[in-house]
Design a protein around this ligand. Structure first.
Ligand code: AMP
Length: 284
């Protein structure tokens, strides 16, 4: 293996210090592992946009709520290292929980307002856990650029805002959503779907594309678009919609009248699995 795997903050810092002569652009891809083609495309983008690529693999307990899937989240480390190697990563930082949180964490990063809608209300504390761990990882890796997927669009916006507000010297680069042929966005959580769940899961993408189609063909009332999308979602018995929302693409506030570019985002439960997805749409 060419990729170097480190488990401690000290080793990561040492290794990065050796590789940080001035001209080196350090690229960073933070993940929770169980890597799939979506993650691979982030690493690929980082590979072409930087000289040295660090990937972190860390299932961050701080971003999971009570009763969520922290314990059963897949952790196939050996396979993940193969993906990193294959995609040309230089360094994998895969710390244990005790390495990231050796003492009680009493400092938290919280971006206000952007977490008020979409996933925020359904996952209290989630984004605070994400921003806190990403701030810590940025402190350890000190990347020049970091790649984030549009799959987690709200997370991407929140991290951008954190970087702006805290003057962190890192450029955030968005990567388009990687999908299966039937439209299902790749996610580590797709591994939870049994074959029946899997066959209905693309309904979220269908609802999003229906909504986008309506917007592009002149519908301006968000309520009308959402109503139709919910009809699509509730056609499937195994599917329980959690939210389906149309927001402005920066502040993530719900819009009533669609006048410019919007983000359409939804979350559904398929059996015991929660799936999210989103699309951009603009009136023609
Ligand atoms: P996770 O391991 O779920 O925390 O995701 C790590 C990074 O991969 C995040 O920036 C995600 O947005 C991104 N990601 C996950 N799934 C996809 C996908 N299907 N397409 C593009 N990026 C993705």
């Amino acid at each position: 293996m060419n990729v170097v795997v480190v488990r401690t903050v000290e080793e990561a810092r040492k290794h990065l210090a050796l590789r940080r002569p001035e001209e080196k652009r350090i690229g960073f891809v933070p993940t929770m592992g169980a890597l799939h083609a979506g993650h691979a495309s982030l690493i690929e983008n980082a590979r072409s946009g930087s000289d040295f690529v660090a990937v972190s693999i860390f299932v961050n307990p701080l971003q999971f709520g009570p009763g969520e899937d922290y314990l059963r989240y897949p952790r196939p480390l050996e396979k993940d290292l193969d993906v990193c190697e294959r995609m040309g990563a230089d360094l994998v930082f895969a710390p244990a929980v005790g390495e990231m949180y050796p003492v009680e964490q009493r400092t938290f990063v919280e971006v206000t307002r952007l977490g008020d809608h979409l996933c925020g209300p359904f996952r209290p504390g989630h984004f605070r856990g994400v921003t806190t761990v990403v701030a810590k990882l940025f402190g350890i890796v000190q990347p020049n650029r970091a790649w984030f997927g549009e799959k987690d669009y709200q997370q991407l916006c929140i991290i951008r805002k954190m970087v702006q507000d805290l003057n962190l010297p890192v450029e955030i680069v968005p990567v388009p959503i990687y999908r299966e042929k039937d439209g299902l966005a790749l996610s580590s959580r797709n591994a939870y779907l049994d074959s029946e769940d899997r066959s209905v899961a693309p309904v979220l993408f269908r609802a999003l594309t229906t909504a986008r189609g309506m917007i592009e063909t002149g519908e301006r009332k968000a309520a009308v678009v959402k109503e139709w999308a919910k009809r699509v979602l509730t056609q499937q018995e195994r599917v329980r919609p959690e939210y389906f929302e149309i927001v402005d693409p920066i502040e993530l506030q719900p819009v009533d009248e669609i006048a410019g570019e919007v983000r359409i985002a939804g979350a559904i439960w398929v059996g015991k699995t929660r799936l999210i997805d989103n699309l951009a749409a603009s009136p023609r």
